[in-house]
Design a protein around this ligand. Structure first.
Ligand code: LLP
Length: 419
């Protein structure tokens, strides 16, 4: 069942709380998350991969509100991070350092040092240069860094080009072709300042077929098995994230088939498995709540101008991503297509195009669905618009996770030279 459903009066609601009441009380634009949905979906994911012996590290990049991370930490989740900033967030939200995996192609020396000082569980290195940097920083501290190697197995994930990471043409991982990755892993295993933690793969995001996963996981398994046959220690195979969600229906993901695939491939393989889901836990557990400012009739088009914009939710502009948009109140009959646009001064500033919407007027609340992942985290203050705040509804109670900053706060971050 979707997390956001219509109540007996036809009003869109979450955990029994109407979005109309939330808009009236907390204002808009506002991200609203279902804490109950996040918890359920995390549990279902952990349950699906549990039989294969998985460790789940929530990919903070999808949603890094401290309240969301703390909720998942409480469920036992670890974290997949990609920056020193995300490290600080994971720790602040109560994720033990030992359950944190540090991914990304460009970890700076200060970020590596902070991760090692915290006692991080695993660093996924992506180049010989990075392995060298980690080794040196660990040596200077007299410790051994837990390093896994992210490999590139050259699999096409069949998703949007901007979020495809599995092919050799991308900047990600070390190629398993021509012994490049094998040699680097041998070097990792021999380095006195590193403990070899295993291998990692992540081929992309919003992947809606299991085939690319199967190809990549088989390649990883073969590669790990070959290294083991040489007598090298390869404890973990980190399978990354990437499970696609249904942006049309907004239904929660069914992880059964993914779990079955993983069990089938890795049963009795003796590897500890790692997972880095982000979108599949969060996307359909969040909406962007917005209200109509004006309805403007163009020459042959209706523009519904709302108080959320591309600075709040960039996905439609950046990836031509589709997000369903619904009225919060019980919808009247559609009166024809409309573009739902923000106030930002760019033609690319839209949340949805050509949507059959009912009669709308100023003040009407709309919900942009499936906005819980890669929404708030990608917001900016473009056009000096303070990005939307974030609110979590759990067991019928609203918790403000982050209020929208004021313009005065934005200006206060800056200094003007004395000309
Ligand atoms: N692990 C690594 C190493 C990653 O790079 C990512 C996502 C994940 C895990 C989580 O993948 P997920 O389960 O969320 O698919 N901003 C884009 C998505 C970028 C994904 C980047 N990497 C969007 O809005 O579609």
């Amino acid at each position: 069942m979707p997390a956001f459903i219509r109540d007996a009066n036809g009003v869109l609601s979450v955990s029994g709380v109407s979005l109309a009441d939330i808009a009236a009380q907390y204002g808009s634009p506002l991200y609203v998350y279902s804490g109950d949905g996040i918890r359920n979906d995390y549990r279902r994911f952990a349950g699906a991969v549990g039989p294969a012996g998985g460790r789940v590290h929530f990919a903070l990049k999808a949603n890094s509100a401290l309240g969301v991370i703390a909720l998942l930490a409480h469920e036992g989740a670890g974290a997949d991070i990609v920056s020193g900033g995300e490290l600080a967030r994971a720790l602040a939200a109560g994720i033990p350092a030992s359950k944190i995996v540090f991914s990304g192609v460009g970890k700076a020396a200060d970020e590596i040092a902070a991760a090692l000082d915290a006692g991080i569980g695993q660093i996924n290195a992506e180049s010989p240069q990075e392995v060298e940097a980690i080794s040196q920083i660990a040596a200077s501290r007299g410790i051994k860094a837990p390093v896994a190697l992210r490999v590139n197995v050259d699999v096409t994930p069949q998703t949007h080009a901007k979020i495809s990471t599995g092919q050799r043409s991308t900047k990600f991982g070390v190629s398993t072709a021509q012994n490049e990755a094998a040699n680097l892993y041998r070097q990792i295993a021999a380095d006195p300042h590193i403990s070899a933690a295993g291998l990692a793969v992540h081929i992309g995001s919003q992947i809606t077929s299991l085939d690319p996963f199967e190809q990549a996981y088989r390649a990883l398994l073969d590669f790990g098995t070959a290294l083991r046959a040489e007598g090298l220690d390869v404890p973990v195979l980190d399978l990354g994230g990437g499970i696609g969600v249904d942006y049309e229906a907004g239904e929660a993901c069914d992880f059964t088939d993914y779990g079955a695939l993983v069990s089938r491939l890795f049963a009795d393989s003796g590897f500890i498995l790692g997972f880095e889901p982000g979108r599949s836990i969060m996307a359909n557990n969040g909406v962007l709540l917005t209200r109509v400012i004006y309805v403007k009739d163009g020459d042959n088009k209706r523009f519904v101008i709302v108080d959320a914009a591309m600075n709040d939710l960039l996905r439609p502009t950046l990836y031509e991503a589709h997000h369903a948009i619904q009225t919060v109140q019980s919808p009247g009959p559609g009166i024809g297509p409309a573009d739902i646009v923000g106030p930002v001064c760019e033609t690319g500033d839209y949340l949805g195009q050509g949507r059959d919407m009912p009669q709308l007027g100023a003040g009407d609340a709309l919900a942009v669905l499936s906005a819980g992942a890669y929404g708030a985290v990608m917001a900016s203050s473009y056009n000096t618009r303070p990005p939307a705040g974030e609110l979590l509804v759990m067991d019928g109670t609203c918790h403000v996770l982050r209020r929208q900053r004021t313009v005065a706060e934005l200006l206060a971050e800056e200094t003007v030279p004395d000309f």
